[in-house]
Write a protein that binds this ligand. Structure first.
Ligand code: 6PG
Length: 488
């Protein structure tokens, strides 16, 4: 083992431990630190035994064990614990040392910490890490952002341990990790990843609901559909594990059928939605995915409502295989809308926060290792490589074509869901967004008239230049004074 470690990892929960083992397996020497030292001792005499991993029992010994510039990666609970540890660490560090936060932190916190530590001569990196415990051990997707001066020292370690996908020559060498940008941009990109994860999961759940309640399919039959879809453009980690889940039996019965239908959430999907509202980006699908979890959580209320509010009894009369094909199309088209909205959010954030984001590189970072990994991300990378200023993924030739071809089936699925009273918020909101986005003339002219009528909020005219505002005295009783025209 080298005399000094390449990096330290603080926090020995499962993600922290697995990242350390991953680093050691790639030839790096790692110092492990935890608030309680007995956890470190257990790790050293257990999974870390015989590997290039050493423990530290105090902040002083942790700092002394590291090569300069020191690199210390925090894998602790996001929020106050990150600030608390930084405060303890800072007095022991020297100029140019690097602190990395690998938890699911809010991007505003990473922004603030990067600026505050730069004033002290320290380099801060807020890094998204995705892929769960297996990803951490075998190769996660890593999305670092913050003080770019840290990147040359971090790059060999982060790209060394990250997942790899095929490069242009088909060799598995392209790392699912690259520098994202300044300030909180790494955690922003991870937040959007998680929002998209919420959307992908809910879309799959809605497809399941239609198979179960409209087509009356069994768990085994549903499993087969997901297995089949995993060999198509939908091929992804989430479709693959869904097939596995439907095959998992407990006492001969699919376990999924015994799980209570109330979803939990740790907040990253909600932050994505809140941020979209702040930035004024229509992120409808992810918003619906978050609300679908909220609706699922009021189980008792839904059970009561189910006996009061009656709807149609689902009954399917058409060709089942044709419907399943349409369902696949609906899922694919909705997924494209979700990613289009997610990338639009990143574009707007880049403008607002002055980040220079490389969307092709982000698609590549998500291509492997993370929860939303899929073959589909190859096409997204190609789209942004072709046009880095692409305004909306739906305008890319390839995706426009896929959606065009999927459209009829997609509409059929939404229509069947509505007629049969089956709730599909994400599939339906995706179609509504698609139809709104491709509508040159929306009814917002009426909305502006209403605003002007009751509040003199003014409007622009089709027959005048943009930026010229008008007010009408609609009733003859109002004055001529218009209110200001600011937009949030
Ligand atoms: C990942 C995941 C992970 C997330 C969990 C739980 O990329 O590895 O996104 O970071 O925390 O999936 O999220 P929810 O509890 O909000 O579903």
């Amino acid at each position: 083992m080298k005399e000094l470690s390449d990096i330290a990892v603080v926090g020995l929960a499962v993600m922290g431990e697995n990242l350390i083992l991953n680093m050691a397996s790639k030839g790096f020497t790692v110092t492990a630190f935890n608030r309680s030292y007995d956890k470190v001792e257990r790790f050293l005499s257990g999974r870390a035994q015989g590997k290039t991993i050493r423990g530290a029992d105090s902040i002083e010994s942790l700092v002394a064990s590291l090569e300069k510039p020191r690199k210390i990666m925090l894998m602790v609970k996001s929020g106050q614990p990150v600030d608390d540890f930084i405060e303890k660490l800072v007095p022991h560090l020297d100029e140019g040392d690097i602190i990395i936060d690998g938890g699911n932190s809010q991007f505003e916190d990473s922004d603030r910490r990067t600026a505050a530590l730069a004033e002290k001569g320290l380099l801060y990196v807020g890094s998204g890490v995705s892929g769960g415990e297996e990803g951490a051990l075998k190769g996660p997707s890593i999305m670092p952002g913050g003080d770019e001066r840290a990147w040359p020292s971090l790059k060999p370690i982060f790209q060394g341990i990250s997942a790899k996908v095929a490069d242009e020559n088909g060799e598995l060498t392209a790392p699912c990790c690259d520098w994202v940008g300044d300030g909180g941009s790494g955690h922003f990109v991870k937040m959007v990843h998680n929002g998209i994860e919420y959307g992908d999961m809910q879309l799959i759940c809605e497809a399941y609901l239609l198979m179960r309640d409209l087509l009356g399919m069994t768990a085994d039959e549903i499993k087969e559909v997901f297995v089949e879809w995993n060999n198509t453009e939908l091929s992804s980690y989430l479709i693959e594990i869904t097939a596995d889940i439907f095959g998992y039996k407990e006492d001969g019965k699919a376990l999924v059928e015994s799980i209570l239908d109330t979803a939990g959430q740790k907040g990253t999907g909600k932050w994505t939605g809140v941020t979209a509202l702040h930035l004024g980006v229509p992120l409808t699908l992810i918003g619906e995915a978050v609300f679908a979890r909220c609706l699922s959580a009021i189980k008792e209320e839904r059970v009561d409502a189910s006996s009061v509010l009656k709807g149609p009894k689902p009954e399917f009369k058409g060709d089942r295989q044709a419907f399943l094909n349409s369902l696949k199309d609906a899922l694919l088209a909705s997924k494209i809308v979700s990613y289009a909205q997610g990338f639009a959010l990143m574009r707007e954030a880049a403008k607002e926060y002055n980040w220079k984001l490389n969307y092709g590189a982000i698609a590549l970072m998500w291509r492997g290792g993370c929860i939303i990994r899929s073959v589909f991300l190859d096409n997204i990378k190609t789209a942004f490589d072709k046009d880095e200023n692409l305004r909306n993924l739906l305008l890319d030739e390839y995706f426009a074509d896929v959606v065009q071809n999927a459209q009829q089936g997609w509409r059929e699925v939404i229509a069947q869901a509505a007629v049969n009273g089956i709730s599909v918020p994400c599939l339906a909101s995706a179609l509504t967004y698609f139809d709104g986005y491709r509508t040159a003339n929306l009814p917002a002219n009426l909305l502006q008239a209403q605003r002007d009528y009751f509040g003199a909020h003014t409007y622009e005219r089709k027959d005048k230049n943009r930026g010229e505002f008008f007010h009408t005295n609609w009733t003859g009783r109002g004055g001529d004074t218009a209110s200001t025209t600011y937009d949030v």
